[in-house]
Design a protein. Structure first.
Length: 255
């Protein structure tokens, strides 16, 4: 069942902004990271020996479904993954779908940070409500825009001119991997995911008496909560939606 069939339209869509922030801090033998946006508040610490992941701690503080916190333990399958792992290998073998996809992405950023960066980094993703004339979406690293694209309601890039006509879905991953290098690839691919999640702003989700996720059987296998046995028992969490159109709050503590 499509979102448009499950939820009422948001009468304020077109006036707001979806925001996601990912923060990472490298310490001796570990990277602490958290993810905060309209629908999620979660964190993880990736422990390592300089070569491979030795342990993962995950915490899901706010999420759409009652079963989401169980994904904390599912993330343990990343133990033993080398820090210099390729993205294709890391995201292969169905790993993201067995996990909370957001915790998995956060852990992937942390692993890359442990291997390549060090210190502290802040990633910001900004997606104004997409209207027919387009809106400028951004992926920023430490306050500087790495990607800034004008994207229309159909989720096709309008500008800059060299990317015009590129759909955000359907061949985007291969295109981005061929178009960008290094961290710019990671940011482009995550910006695509943020555009997908930002679709939620089109509807009144997170409302009292929200329909069961069992109304969406076509999504079975998409992530931890949409996999059995979670799918059969998951309930929508009340009051998990936030509106950060005016900016994200200041947050001090990582996990």
């Amino acid at each position: 069942m499509a979102l448009a069939d499950r939820f009422l339209p948001n009468p304020l869509y077109g006036q707001g902004i979806y925001r996601r922030r990912i923060r990472m801090r490298a310490l001796a033998g570990e990277v602490r990271a958290d993810l905060f946006d309209d629908y999620h508040d979660m964190a993880c610490t990736v422990h390592h020996d300089g070569t491979a992941v030795t342990a993962i701690q995950a915490e899901i503080r706010r999420a759409p479904f009652s079963t989401c916190p169980g994904a904390n333990t599912a993330a343990n399958e990343l133990v033993g993954i080398p820090l210099q792992v390729s993205r294709r290998h890391l995201y292969g073998e169905g790993r993201p779908q067995r996990n909370c996809t957001h915790i998995f992405d956060l852990a992937a950023f942390a692993i890359s940070h442990a291997a390549n960066a060090g210190g502290e980094r802040v990633l910001d993703f900004i997606v104004p409500d997409l209207v027919e004339s387009g809106a400028w979406v951004e992926a920023c690293l430490d306050g500087k825009a790495v990607h800034r694209w004008k994207v229309g309601y159909s989720e096709t890039i309008i500008a800059p001119a060299e990317y015009a006509g590129r759909a955000m879905f359907g061949g985007f991953v291969r295109w981005a991997e061929g178009q960008f290098e290094g961290v710019a690839v990671e940011l482009a691919l995550h910006l695509q995911k943020v555009v997908l999640v930002a679709r939620g702003r089109r509807y009144l989700i997170g409302q009292e008496n929200e329909n069961s996720i069992r109304d969406e059987p076509e999504r079975i296998g998409a992530c931890y909560s949409f996999s059995e046995p979670q799918f059969s028992i998951a309930r929508p969490n009340p009051d998990y939606v936030r509106d950060f159109t005016d900016g994200l709050p200041t947050r001090k503590a990582l996990i």
